[in-house]
Design a protein around this ligand. Structure first.
Ligand SMILES: Nc1nc2c(ncn2[C@@H]2O[C@H](COP(=O)(O)OP(=O)(O)OP(=O)(O)O)[C@@H](O)[C@H]2O)c(=O)[nH]1
Ligand SMILES: [Mg+2]
Length: 435
C-alpha cells in the first residue's frame, strides 16, 4: 500500500504547519529528508529538512510506529514553518519519493478505520469535531469520537448475535426442539433491544439538530420588522430593511450560536394575498420554510396587539412549535402580556434572546445517553427495528434467524462491522485532505 502524505493544518501563512506521512515508507523517507541515521518513535527530534544537500527548513519531527499511531501504520509528522514556499517545496519533494503520494480526502482516518483503530461512528465523530462551530457540537462530536455511539450499537448487536447463534445451533439439529423457556429468553432479549431502539429513535432529533442546526423561521405580515429583527439578532446588516411592504422575497439565513447550540435563523417574505408573481413565489417559499422549521417565530405589530392578519393567523393555527413576539413596541404606550420588542431601539431583545436560549436548551439539551446524530444512522436503525419486529412475529425458527441476521447487519452497517466499502466512499469523501 502507498505511503500517503498531506498538509494536515489549514493552508496559508502560519507560524507552524503540520505535514503528515503514513505508511510503511514513512520512516525511511523521513530519515532521507532529515539526513538521520535513525528515528526514535515518540520522541521530538529537532531536524533540518533537506532537498539533497540544500536545507529547506528547520522542523520538529514526531514519529509513531505501527500499530500505535492514528492510522495504525508508521506515521511521521513534520512541524515546519507555515510558509507557502516551505510547504510547496516539502510537498513537491514528498511527491517525488517512490511509493509516496498525496492523500485522498479523509484517507488517514479511513486507514485508521480499516486498521481497526476506530469504528465508522468514531470516524464520523472526527469529521464532526473538525467542523464543529459551537460548544454543543464540540461536546457531541468528541463523545462520538470517543466511541459512545459504537458502544451503544455494538452492545445491541452483541445481544442479537448471541441469540442468533443460539437459534442457529438448533437449525443445524432439526430433530431437537428449542425448550420453551429458552425461546422466551430469545423473545425477551429481542424485545429489550426493540424498546431501547424505539427510545433512541424517538429523541426529537436532538443529536441531528445539534449537528445540523436548530431551524427557526421568522414569519409574519409584510412590514412588521422581520428583516429588522434578523439583523438585530445577527448583530449584522444582513437583510434589506425598508418601509415598503413586500421587501423581502428570498429566504435570508444567518447562523447563530445560542447557548452553545447552532441555530439557523431565517428571514422570510411578508405573508399576504398578492397578485404579483415574484412576491407570490417569495410567500410560497416562506410557507415552505415555516413548514420545515423546528420553531416559527411569529412577529406581530405591537400596535395591532393582540390580533393578526388572516394569513398569519392561519400559520399560527397550523404550527405547534411557535413563539409569538410583538415588534415596534417603541410606538405603543401600553405593554400587555407577551414578548414585546423593538428591533429599532433594541428594547426587549435581551429578553427575547433569553427566551430563545430556554427553548433551544429544552429542545437540544444534553441527556445521559449518546444522541443519534446522523440520518445515515437513523435509516439503518429504523431498518433494524423493522427486522426485529418481524422476527418477533415469526414462528418459523429459520425465518426468525434470517430476520435477526438482517437486523444485526443493519447495526453493523452503522459501525462498519460489515463489508461496507460503498458506505466508506460516501463518508470519507466529505473529509478534508490531511485528515
Ligand atoms: N418604529 C419602529 N420601526 C421599525 C421597527 N422594526 C422595523 N421597523 C421599520 O419597519 C419597516 C419595515 O421593516 P422590515 O424589517 O423591512 O420589515 P419586514 O417585516 O422584513 O417587511 P417585508 O420584508 O416587506 O415583509 C422599516 O421601515 C423599519 O425601519 C421597530 O421596532 N420600531
Ligand atoms: Mg423583510
Amino acid at each position: 500500500m502507498d505511503t500517503i502524505f498531506a498538509l494536515s493544518t489549514a493552508p496559508g501563512m502560519a507560524g507552524i504547519a503540520v505535514v503528515r506521512l503514513s505508511g510503511s515508507q514513512s520512516f525511511a523517507i523521513a530519515q532521507k529528508l532529515c539526513h538521520l541515521s535513525s528515528i526514535t518513535p515518540r520522541h521530538a527530534h529537532f531536524v533540518t529538512l533537506y532537498d539533497g544537500e540544500e536545507a529547506i527548513d528547520e522542523a520538529i519531527l514526531l514519529a509513531f510506529s505501527s500499530p500505535a499511531s492514528f492510522t495504525g501504520e508508521d506515521v511521521v509528522e513534520f512541524q515546519c514553518h507555515g510558509s507557502r514556499a516551505v510547504l510547496n517545496k516539502l510537498l513537491t519533494l514528498l511527491s517525488h519519493q517512490s511509493g509516496c503520494r498525496l492523500a485522498e480526502p479523509g484517507e488517514f482516518t479511513r486507514r485508521a478505520v480499516e486498521n481497526g483503530k476506530m469504528d465508522l461512528t468514531a470516524a464520523e465523530g472526527v469529521l464532526d469535531l473538525i467542523h464543529s462551530d459551537t460548544e454543543a457540537q464540540r461536546r457531541q462530536a468528541l463523545r462520538q469520537m470517543g466511541g459512545a455511539l459504537a458502544k451503544l450499537y455494538d452492545g445491541w448487536r452483541d445481544v442479537l448475535l448471541h441469540q442468533l447463534a443460539y437459534i442457529e445451533a438448533f437449525i443445524d439439529f432439526p430433530e431437537e426442539e428449542i425448550p420453551e423457556s429458552r425461546l422466551n429468553e430469545v423473545r425477551e432479549s429481542i424485545h429489550n433491544v426493540i424498546t431501547s431502539l424505539e427510545k433512541h429513535l424517538s429523541d426529537n432529533h436532538r443529536g441531528e439538530r445539534v449537528r445540523d442546526g436548530f431551524r427557526i423561521a421568522i414569519v409574519g405580515a409584510p412590514n412588521v420588522g422581520k428583516s429588522s429583527l434578523l439583523n438585530c439578532l445577527a448583530k449584522r446588516d444582513v437583510a434589506i430593511v425598508s418601509s415598503q411592504a413586500g421587501t423581502t422575497r428570498d429566504i435570508v439565513e444567518v447562523y447563530l450560536d445560542i447557548a452553545g447550540y447552532p441555530v439557523i435563523l431565517a428571514d422570510t417574505a411578508g405573508l399576504r394575498e398578492t397578485g404579483e408573481e415574484i412576491e407570490a413565489e417569495g410567500i410560497r417559499r416562506a410557507l415552505q420554510r415555516a413548514e420545515d422549521a423546528d420553531l416559527i417565530l411569529v412577529l406581530g405589530d405591537a400596535s395591532l396587539y393582540p390580533t393578526f392578519d388572516k394569513v398569519t393567523q392561519k400559520i399560527i393555527n397550523q404550527h405547534s412549535e411557535k413563539l409569538i413576539v410583538w415588534n415596534k413596541s417603541d410606538l405603543v404606550l401600553e405593554k400587555k402580556d407577551g414578548i414585546f420588542i423593538s428591533a429599532s431601539t433594541g428594547e426587549g431583545i435581551e429578553g427575547l434572546w433569553k427566551k430563545l436560549e430556554e427553548i433551544v436548551i429544552s429542545q437540544m439539551g444534553s441527556s445521559s445517553e449518546p444522541a443519534l446524530t446522523q440520518i445515515r444512522h437513523r435509516t439503518a436503525l429504523e431498518a433494524c427495528l423493522s427486522h426485529l419486529r418481524q422476527a418477533m412475529k415469526q414462528s418459523e425458527i429459520d425465518l426468525k434467524a434470517e430476520d435477526l441476521r438482517l437486523a444485526t447487519r443493519e447495526l453493523g452497517k452503522i459501525t462498519g462491522r460489515v463489508e461496507v466499502s460503498e458506505i466508506l466512499d460516501v463518508i470519507f469523501s466529505s473529509f478534508c485532505i490531511g485528515k
